[in-house]
Design a binder for this molecule. Structure first.
Ligand code: NAD
Ligand code: MG
Length: 359
């Protein structure tokens, strides 16, 4: 097991990463604020890991909420189910919530914890790679609104994040690959040595070698935590975490939500950002090839879906919330491992990139 401590202005919390951690009560119980514990999970994850976690916590007053699966459940109705279960169990402000599942479970549970009796403790036990390297770090919690994704929420930090790398053994390969997109993103925006390490170890990661997974997850969390601490309010450098996301969101919307996984769209989006950076003269052809090979090795797409025209792409990119005024503001790469925010890209360059993309 390895541990990373996230330093916040007023307190700190650990991220423990390694195989078999679900069985280790000593990682969880020091963070409980009382004997009352509510595990929130979903119908897919419960049969896989709920009993194990309950066995680990056998000495506590443990209750559970099992929600349906899917992004469509990330709404207030399901948060209300968590509040209802807490009230029905007679849980007070010293109760602790545990999120056992992917980002959907983590975001909802975190929000339920932020709001129940004005805020109670919660612990993240993320079971998807995406949740392990992205959504469980940073303190953003919340739900979707019919008018927009993640529109209702709160900042609420977990007491601890427990990443059992063995949980990835049951994760569908496509979900694992989608999570790898965010892992690769950290290398591209911030750490060229990590990118090289990923090039050397991608096959081992995809065959779920625990020491490699531990290393990659810890490094990813460290980079995200560093950026979040530098820029809690999202004024500057935190935007670098959106590399590939403006293009990615356009792909997700154009293809119909859920047909391309978020990470797959971000993979193609990062390739487009890399392509634009090369057109601006910031990266050479060999670097472009390097990024393409790494995405390919992770099983990610290297170009946008051919069905989406350049016009439609530009229209959707302008709808994205990162576009200020009429100008496109994009996260690109000044060099490998060095992201920047620019409005130097004009529509013609994007159109050229899209139209001349080898598809
Ligand atoms: P998810 O939670 O829907 O999980 C993906 C699928 O994997 C689900 O079907 C889930 O039931 C299943 N699953 C989870 N763990 C499993 C396991 N170990 N074995 C088998 N199946 C398993 O999706 P996700 O990709 O984990 O998270 C996406 C969500 O995270 C989105 O709602 C997104 O908005 C949010 N997010 C939040 C932040 C943040 O900062 N809070 C950051 C990034 C993403
Ligand atoms: Mg993302």
């Amino acid at each position: 097991m390895q541990t990373l401590t996230v330093e916040l202005p007023d307190r700190h919390y650990p991220i423990h990463v390694g195989p078999g951690l679900l069985d280790d009560a000593s990682l969880l119980t020091p963070h409980f604020t009382g004997r009352q514990v509510m595990i929130v999970t979903n119908e897919t994850v419960a049969p896989l890991y709920l009993e194990r976690l309950k066995t680990t916590l056998a000495d506590y007053d443990v209750h559970e909420v099992i929600l349906p699966d899917g992004e469509a459940t990330k709404n207030l109705e399901h948060v209300e189910r968590i509040w209802d279960a807490l009230l029905a169990a007679g849980f007070n402000r010293r109760a602790t919530l545990i999120a056992l599942g992917g980002g959907v479970t983590g975001d909802m549970t975190g929000f339920a914890a932020a709001s129940y009796q004005r805020g109670i403790a919660f612990i993240q036990v993320p079971t998807t790679l995406l949740a392990q390297v992205d959504s469980s770090v940073g303190g953003k919690t919340g739900v979707n609104h019919p008018r927009g994704k993640n529109m209702i929420g709160a900042f609420h930090q977990p007491r601890a994040v427990i990443v059992d790398t063995d949980t990835l053994n049951t994760l569908p390969a496509r979900e694992l690959t989608a999570g790898l997109a965010e892992v690769i993103k950290y290398g591209l925006i911030r750490d060229v040595d990590f990118m090289t390490w990923l090039e050397d170890n991608m096959a081992g990661l995809r065959s779920l070698e625990a020491p490699l997974l531990t290393e990659a997850i810890l490094k990813s969390c460290a980079i995200k935590a560093e950026i979040v601490v530098e820029d809690e309010t999202e004024q500057g450098v935190r935007a670098h975490l959106n590399l590939g996301h403006t293009f990615g969101h356009a792909i997700e919307t154009a293809m119909g939500y859920g047909n391309w996984l978020h990470g797959e769209a971000v993979g193609a989006g990062m390739m487009m950002a890399t392509g634009l950076s090369q057109r601006l003269g910031w990266l050479d052809e060999a670097t472009l090839e390097r990024v393409a090979s790494l995405l390919n090795a992770a099983g990610l797409p290297r170009h946008a879906p051919t069905e989406v025209s350049a016009e439609r792409f530009l229209e959707l990119m302008h709808l994205d919330k990162k576009v200020t005024d009429a100008r496109l503001r994009l996260v690109l790469l000044k060099a490998l491992g060095k992201a920047c925010i620019t409005d130097e890209v004009n529509e013609t360059t994007v159109r050229e990139l899209l139209e001349n993309w080898e598809r």
